[in-house]
Design a protein around this ligand. Structure first.
Ligand code: CA
Ligand code: CA
Length: 275
């Protein structure tokens, strides 16, 4: 009995379907394009003297707005880190309780750092001795809030997310500068308000603006650091791109294996088994 060998199939040279290839290509292009579009340059914004006298000031896509006065640029002691204040009394080059700064970002970004200056604990700094531990309240438009208070030359308390470090000691002749790192974690922020902590009712401008004195919190904003990612869906986009690339790679491997297998079978002589 003669058994015929399996008939070699012609090489399968069909690529994955056109629809599949088109879908995969579009997915890859879209994901990569959108992912690249979402990348921005990491930025450290340091306000400068061009802000002086203005109530709105824009640098590198970040707009600073002053309430209760116009911007001032404070450099209050030799070697002290300069910063952005607001002109109203009692401290003309710092942000007082009846003043506030609003920061608006052109694109939502993660705030990776903020530097606050001239924030001292009670009993320090020369002729205008602070009677309270000065503090700052920073609030995003979605309501996330942190409160940072200087409690000593290099000690402080932070309520809310993030961490802090001392840059310049909060003592006489030094800048009282503090860095707050990732104050809102990885949350994307489109705008935030920066205002002094109301330590006592005497410092509350809504109750007694006439009594707001240097015995209240006041400070400057020295720096703001932003992430290099502008859109909250960036991780998703990158993931989509990786998935699309993986899908395409799998399709290619399958096609390659099928083609090679077909070629091998077509080249192998038919086996005729003797009965
Ligand atoms: Ca002021
Ligand atoms: Ca101060």
């Amino acid at each position: 009995m003669r058994r015929l060998g399996r008939r070699a199939r012609p090489p399968d040279l069909h690529m994955p379907s056109f629809a599949f290839r088109s879908f995969s290509a579009i997915l890859i292009a879209s994901a990569i394009g959108l992912a690249f579009a979402s990348r921005c340059r990491a930025a450290t914004i340091v306000p400068d003297v061009t802000s002086v006298g203005q109530t709105s000031y824009t640098v590198d896509g970040i707009t600073f707005q002053a309430s209760g006065g116009t911007f001032t640029y404070a450099s209050k002691c030799p070697g002290c880190m300069p910063g952005l204040g607001i002109s109203g009394d009692p401290v003309g080059d710092e942000i007082d309780p009846h003043e506030m700064m609003t920061i608006i970002l052109a694109e939502p970004r993660v705030i990776t750092g903020l530097v606050i200056g001239y924030l001292y604990p009670a009993g320090t700094f020369g002729s205008t001795i602070d009677a309270v531990d000065e503090g700052v309240v920073i609030q995003t438009t979605d309501g996330s809030t942190i409160t940072f208070v200087a409690t000593g030359p290099t000690t402080a308390s932070l309520t809310g997310s993030g961490s802090w470090s001392s840059i310049q000691a909060a003592q006489n002749g030094s800048g009282g500068a503090w860095r707050i790192t990732t104050p809102f974690g990885g949350v994307f922020v489109s705008s935030l308000q920066v205002r002094p902590l109301i330590n006592t009712s005497d410092c509350d401008p809504a109750i007694s603006s006439a009594k707001v004195t240097t015995a209240c919190s006041d400070f400057t904003l020295n720096e703001i650091d932003l992430s290099d990612v502008a859109e909250p869906n960036s991780a998703l986009l990158v993931g989509t791109g990786a998935f699309a690339l993986g899908l395409h790679a799998c399709a290619f491997v399958l096609f390659y294996r099928r083609s090679r297998s077909s070629e091998f079978r077509s080249q192998r002589p038919s086996v005729a088994a003797a009965s």
